[in-house]
Structures are given as C-alpha cells and as structure tokens.
Design a protein around this ligand. Structure first.
Ligand SMILES: *Cc1c(COP(=O)(O)O)cnc(C)c1O
Length: 354
C-alpha cells in the first residue's frame, strides 16, 4: 500500500545541529490522510509541508476535538535511523481517539506510513550527540459546523521537527512548584488522553509557577488534592528508601511511554518498584526522615528530568543538593543508549526505518 508522494519543489536549508532548539523548524514534507463516514480513513499521502487552509467554523477551533502524539526518530552511530516504541505511541493515539469520539485508524498501516515519511525526510534526522527528529502526529475535527457534537470528518497529519540536544549544557535539575490552586484533569475526564484541552488547562498554573521562579508545576489529584499525579507534562518518579515509586495510572494521569520504559528497565535490573498512590505529605515526610533519595520527571523530550527543588505552600525541600542521583543517571544512560543505537535492546523497543 504505497503512499502517494508529492515532492516539494524547493527544499529548505538545514540549520546547524547546535541551532535547532525545540519545535521551531519543520521539514520539507508532511503526512496527510482524511476521514469521511462513507470512505473511512482514505487518501494517505506525503505532501510538501504547507499551511492548512481552514474555514473559521471548523469544529476543532471551537470545541477542541483534537488529539496528538509525540515521539522521535534517532540516528545511530552507524548513521542508520530508528524509532523507539512507535507502536506504543500509535496505540495510545487510538486510545486518545476513543476518548474524543474520533474514529480509529489502522495502527500497522499508520506505522508503515510513518516509516515512509521518515524515509523521505531522512536527511532531516540530525546526527550530533543528543539531537533527534521529533514527530508530531495530530488528528483534527474538520466539519464546518458550530454544533457541539462529534465531527463526521477528520484530518490526520504528521509533521516533523529536528530538535537539539535537551541537555546540551548537561543535566539541569528543575525547580517544581506544587500547585494548590489549579487542577490539570480529573478521573473519568480526559486526563489520560493526549488532547489539547489538558494543555490549555495547564497554561495558567504554568505561567504562575514561572512567575514565582519555578520551571514546572506538580499536579495533585482533583478530588482529594492530596495525591501526586504528574509534573508539567511529564510523569513523575521518586526513589524512596531505595524503592522506585510512581503514581499508579488512575484515569487522570497520562500513560507515558517513557514512564513505562523506566518501569520496565528498573524491573529488568531487579530494582524494587511500585505503582501506587503517593501523597504529597509522604514525600515531605520521606525527605524529613532522610529517605527521599531522588525525584525525576519522565517524557519523550527530556527522557529523565531530575528535580532539584520542590515547593508546597511554605515548605521547600532541596533534593540531593541539586545534583543528579545515580538512579536517574543510570536510567537516562540506559534508555538513551537504546534510543540512539549505542546499546543492546533486550526489550524489542527499536523499529528500524532504513
Ligand atoms: C506526553 C505526556 C507525558 C509523557 O509521555 P511520553 O510518552 O513519555 O512522552 C506525560 N504527561 C503528559 C501530560 C503528557 O502529555
């Protein structure tokens, strides 16, 4: 099932690897596919990267019926290109689709389409240490209608953005503010879906945290305002008295693929691991007792993001004197080693592109 490929007539210049940053530069081509009730998903194609012309009454602009994914293509030391667990992203994309009333797509076909798109854009996968090609699959509701209802038509598109090394200047532990004023998502809502509304809901809390000098917000659960959920748009982990602990997936937490990879890796090493409810008080008490060994966030962008400071109302704790802990470092090295093809992949996570 070959894709129709329309090549761009002019190609963009490639910036130097140390000028990439995040999410500002886009490649020459994109993937497009449409949905209509009578045809299902149809007309998958690779087109020149271009603006989307859209009617102002398009549903997605008004009621946010849209979902997205985020994953990366990596260049190995041999110059090959590979993806990390793309099937997991595509199956999460379909789970998000279900929550937003968007029709399912075929995951095996979508993986083939993605590999073909990356193959067309392979020269855009940067090769300096820590750089990669960020992949953003998106689905939007395209009906021209102002009724609050599920759209009948959709566009699936994928754009690509070469991104710089997240830790170009070395690991930098972040400062986190526990928000007691805002809630990201609640159980039985859409917190588990990668959908625009959850990010819209996080902007004000993030802006307040930034104003107070913090990098990210730590979200507590919406019901009891007591249990730790996520940090910014990352999952969160604690090492308490030698055990790796993360909040159990409870319906409002986004099921991160990096989260799952960290859990698999730690279990593979025989480390004690638990997924359970963790109250914010437990974290501060563990710190008081000298048992809070490490805190870090996980996500595709940074993989591991060590936390150096945590503020909850008037209480402030410093973790490991702002230095990166051994477990954070070991997990980062092990997972990025597999992603960049520098280490064996005992889990079957890698999908080669070429
Ligand atoms: C994407 C995302 C994560 C991390 O998921 P990964 O698959 O590890 O990148 C965590 N929390 C939120 C809210 C997210 O959007």
């Amino acid at each position: 099932m070959a894709l129709k490929v329309t090549k761009a007539s002019t190609l963009k210049p490639h910036p130097a690897d140390d000028k990439l940053g995040f999410g500002q530069i886009f490649t020459d081509h994109m993937f497009n596919m449409d949905y209509a009730p009578e045809k299902g998903w149809h007309d998958p194609r690779i087109d020149p990267y271009a603006p989307i012309s859209a009617d102002p009454a398009m549903l997605v602009f008004h009621y946010g019926q849209t979902i997205f994914e985020g994953l990366k293509a990596y260049r190995t030391p041999e110059g090959k290109i590979q993806l990390f667990r793309p099937q997991a992203n595509l199956s999460r994309f379909n789970r998000s689709a279900e929550m937003l009333c968007i029709p399912h797509f075929d995951e095996a076909e979508a993986l083939e389409h993605l590999k073909q798109l990356i193959a067309v854009e392979k020269d855009w996968v940067p090769s300096s240490l820590g750089t990669s090609l960020y992949i953003r699959p998106t689905i939007i509701a395209t009906d021209i209608y102002l009724g609050v209802t599920a759209s009948k038509t959709y566009r699936f598109f994928t754009i690509l953005s070469p991104v710089g090394a997240y830790y170009a200047e070395g690991f930098a532990p972040i400062k986190i503010l526990v928000t007691t004023e805002h809630v990201r998502a609640s159980r039985q809502g859409i917190g588990e879906a990668k959908t625009a509304a959850n990010y819209a809901a996080s902007i004000l809390a993030g802006a307040k945290a930034a104003k107070a000098g913090y990098t990210q917000v730590l979200w507590l659960d919406a019901v009891e305002r007591k249990y730790v959920e996520e940090v910014g748009s990352m999952n969160i982990f604690f090492v308490i008295d030698g055990e790796l602990v993360t909040p159990a997936l409870n319906g409002s937490i986004l099921p991160g693929i990096t989260r799952d990879s960290v859990l698999s890796m730690a279990r593979h090493w025989g480390m004690p691991v638990s997924e359970r409810n963790i109250s914010i008080d437990e974290i501060f008490e563990a710190n008081e007792a000298g048992k809070l060994d490490e805190v870090f966030g996980t996500g595709t962008a940074a993989v591991i993001s060590p936390v150096g400071e945590l503020r909850y109302d008037e209480k402030v704790i410093h973790i490991r004197k702002n230095e990166v802990g051994p477990i954070s470092q070991k997990l980062y090295d092990a997972i990025t080693g597999i992603q960049f093809g520098q280490a064996e992949d005992p889990f079957g996570w890698i999908v080669p592109v070429d």
